[in-house]
Design a protein around this ligand. Structure first.
Ligand code: GDP
Length: 275
């Protein structure tokens, strides 16, 4: 970790702005606070990617929360959009003073140097590919930054490091780990599927009651069952007898594929207080 952190830190020195990419379904749980320590005063644009999978109201609430805290943030669907002009636009706005100063010094076309950074699976490579309009090799998921990288131009005004900075997922808090597992951000072998499934049932029953009721045709009584019992009932319904693990896996896969619709697992601060 220390080496990965040093590598990212080294690259940070070379950029004007950092594009911190997070998963809009877990905008806080998919961050690693180590970035706050190493980034220091460097300007940052927070990109809530996979917004197509997230609850649009909660995404709007999160963006407003970040903006109020002085952190510029945008939502993004990098998967389905061929071009992402909003990123350069936001970067130019964040760096407006610097760009103006450069122009006054006679630099006619100031170039913004940026790097994408984030934990695995938030869509860093997808964003980079779209910005650079070409297929760059997948960088793998090892924290740090690949050696021998180079600057690539996304436009006349924006250059990007050709490989993203990879932070490790941070989940000292078990609930953060569970949320990352549910979205597919962390590997299958480091969580118990039944813990994730039980969390998911409780969460969706509380937050997305109509969606889960409809998808699994739950009765009023089902809705009052303790989550482990409800999981067992669904497992039986799916013909998996009492194979809790397979039932859990099925539920997790279905939620990931959007069977229960769009959802956000990190509640924006006001809603979290109310919950
Ligand atoms: P990285 O590990 O951060 O570089 O993530 P990738 O770019 O490899 O993306 C991880 C997975 O998420 C891939 O299957 C992508 O196709 C998918 N993905 C990336 N961006 C989006 C998005 O905006 N929406 C959706 N639905 N999927 C996305």
């Amino acid at each position: 970790m220390a080496k990965a952190q040093r590598q990212v830190q080294e690259k940070l020195k070379q950029v004007d702005i950092v594009f911190e990419i997070v998963d809009a379904r877990v905008p806080e749980s998919s961050r690693n606070p180590v970035l706050d320590q190493i980034i220091q005063q460097k300007p940052r644009l927070l990109i809530l990617n996979k917004a197509d999978l997230a609850d649009p109201h909660k995404t709007a609430a999160w963006i407003s929360t970040y903006e109020k805290a002085g952190q510029p943030a945008i939502k993004l669907d990098a998967q389905h959009k061929q071009r992402l002009p909003q990123i350069e636009k936001a970067a130019r706005s964040i760096l407006a003073d610097k760009i103006e100063r450069q122009k006054q010094r006679g630099i006619r076309n100031p170039l913004i140097k940026a790097m994408c950074i984030g934990i695995p699976n938030v869509g860093k490579s997808t964003v980079l590919n779209r910005l650079l309009s070409k297929n760059i090799a997948k960088t793998g998921n090892k924290p740090g930054v690949t050696k021998n990288q180079q600057w690539l131009k996304a436009s006349d005004h924006l250059a990007l490091l050709d490989t993203p900075g990879i932070l490790w997922p941070k989940f000292d808090d078990p609930e953060v780990g569970t949320k990352l597992a549910l979205t597919g951000a962390i590997a299958e072998n480091i969580y118990h599927p039944d813990d994730v499934a039980v969390f998911a049932l409780d969460f969706f029953r509380a937050q997305y009651t109509a969606a889960i009721t409809k998808a699994y045709q739950l009765t009023a009584q089902d809705l009052t069952l303790p989550a482990p019992e409800l999981l067992l009932a669904l497992t039986k319904k799916w013909g998996l007898k009492d194979d809790y693990d397979r039932g859990s896996d099925r539920l997790i896969q279905e939620i990931r594929k959007g069977r229960l619709g769009r959802y956000t697992l990190d509640l924006p601060p006001k809603e979290a207080d109310e919950a």
